[in-house]
Design a protein around this ligand. Structure first.
Ligand SMILES: Cc1cc2nc3c(=O)[nH]c(=O)nc-3n(C[C@H](O)[C@H](O)[C@H](O)COP(=O)(O)O)c2cc1C
Length: 322
């Protein structure tokens, strides 16, 4: 898939996810075959104010490239200003505009999916960004109840100069209920010339292949399926290329992934107690008979305790499998 002048080596894209897609996590997804990774949404207003926490969200390194930085906002001037600042500091390969976030705190400010009610403003934002930046500008949308309105929004985004569009086939109201509507994604793909990336509910190889074939989209974006499971990118990419299902990662291998994550956090000075505690639970996802380990992690008082508990589990797992 090519997004403007950016050539990607495959169709699989890591979704922007707040609280999830920091640099260490993006590096793991990249290692397993994500062709493009996204930072978590970053508020344009906060960037312009030089808020350090927001600036750090886009912190990057060469090994993860290509990187898309996702911006949240509704004022075209502020979005352009913040994108130029980020371009100068981090040189991302593209800027993505968040037109889909359904969170109350976001829509009450008129950002994210609230913008879907203002097609003219969307066009203005995409046009001004595309004119001002020398990297591709993309947009990530949710769908509306009306099929025709959704198609008009998508066409407007293309006409305004976007280099690609990602479509999560749920409405703002749906949140995560129901299913991502593949029909509307397919409709959008059929009327646009720019690449369309399908998003929503891709949790395994077969669903990935089905979505690609059914919608005829150029790419697939994975969100929740990658949480605690960056290896999913290798499995899906192998299946799309060879039609074979790779064995699942063993629990021991998943624990190693957790330690690699922790080491990357340390390397890039991003190791925090809250993040590590959450990520430890994610890497233990779906594992039975480890309730006491989960409880110990919940009660852990500091980073070293979390690493210690996970280390004991690693040693135990190693003994049992060896
Ligand atoms: C924890 C979490 C955080 C998210 N943060 C963002 C975000 O920052 N920007 C965005 O556009 N979408 C965000 N999303 C939505 C995802 O990018 C994606 O569109 C959605 O989860 C549907 O894809 P999935 O079914 O593969 O998870 C988030 C989703 C989750 C679960």
């Amino acid at each position: 898939m090519n997004i403007g002048k950016l050539k990607l080596n495959g169709p699989l894209v890591l979704a922007p996810m707040s609280g999830v897609t920091n640099l260490p996590f993006r590096l793991l997804c990249k290692k397993y075959g994500a062709s493009l990774v996204h930072s978590e949404m970053t508020c344009s207003e906060a960037i312009v104010r030089q808020n350090q926490k927001s600036m750090a969200m886009a912190f990057s390194c060469v090994e993860e490239r290509p990187l898309g930085i996702q911006l949240l906002g509704s004022n075209p001037d502020t979005l352009v200003h913040s994108a130029l600042m980020l371009q100068e500091i981090y040189s991302p390969e593209l800027i993505d505009v968040n037109l889909g976030c359904p969170a109350q705190a976001v829509i009450k400010n008129g950002f994210g999916s609230a913008l879907l009610k203002k097609p003219e403003l969307i066009r203005d934002i995409i046009k001004q960004l595309s004119d001002a930046l020398d990297i591709p500008v993309t947009a990530k949308i949710r769908v509306l109840n009306s099929r025709d309105e959704t198609l008009r929004i998508a066409q407007g985004i293309e006409k305004a100069g976007a280099a690609a569009i990602t479509v999560h086939g749920r409405t703002q109201k749906q949140g995560y209920s129901g299913k991502s509507d593949l029909e509307i994604i397919k409709n959008i793909k059929s009327i646009l010339a720019i690449p369309v990336i399908a998003n929503g509910d891709i949790f395994d190889e077969k669903q990935a292949k089905h979505v690609l074939e059914y919608t005829q989209c150029d790419g697939l974006m994975l969100g929740r399926g990658a949480i605690g499971n960056p290896y999913i990118f290798r499995r899906i990419s192998h299946y799309l290329d060879n039609g074979e299902l790779l064995p699942r990662m063993t629990f021991g291998e998943r624990l190693e992934e957790f330690f690699e994550y922790a080491a990357l956090c340390r390397k890039y000075d991003l190791l925090t107690y809250n993040d590590l505690k959450l990520k430890a639970q994610w890497f233990l996802k779906n594992r039975k008979n480890i309730k006491s380990v989960r409880e110990k992690i919940n009660d852990a008082k500091d980073i070293d305790s979390i690493l210690g508990i996970m280390g004991e589990l690693r040693a135990d797992t190693c003994i049992k499998s060896g």
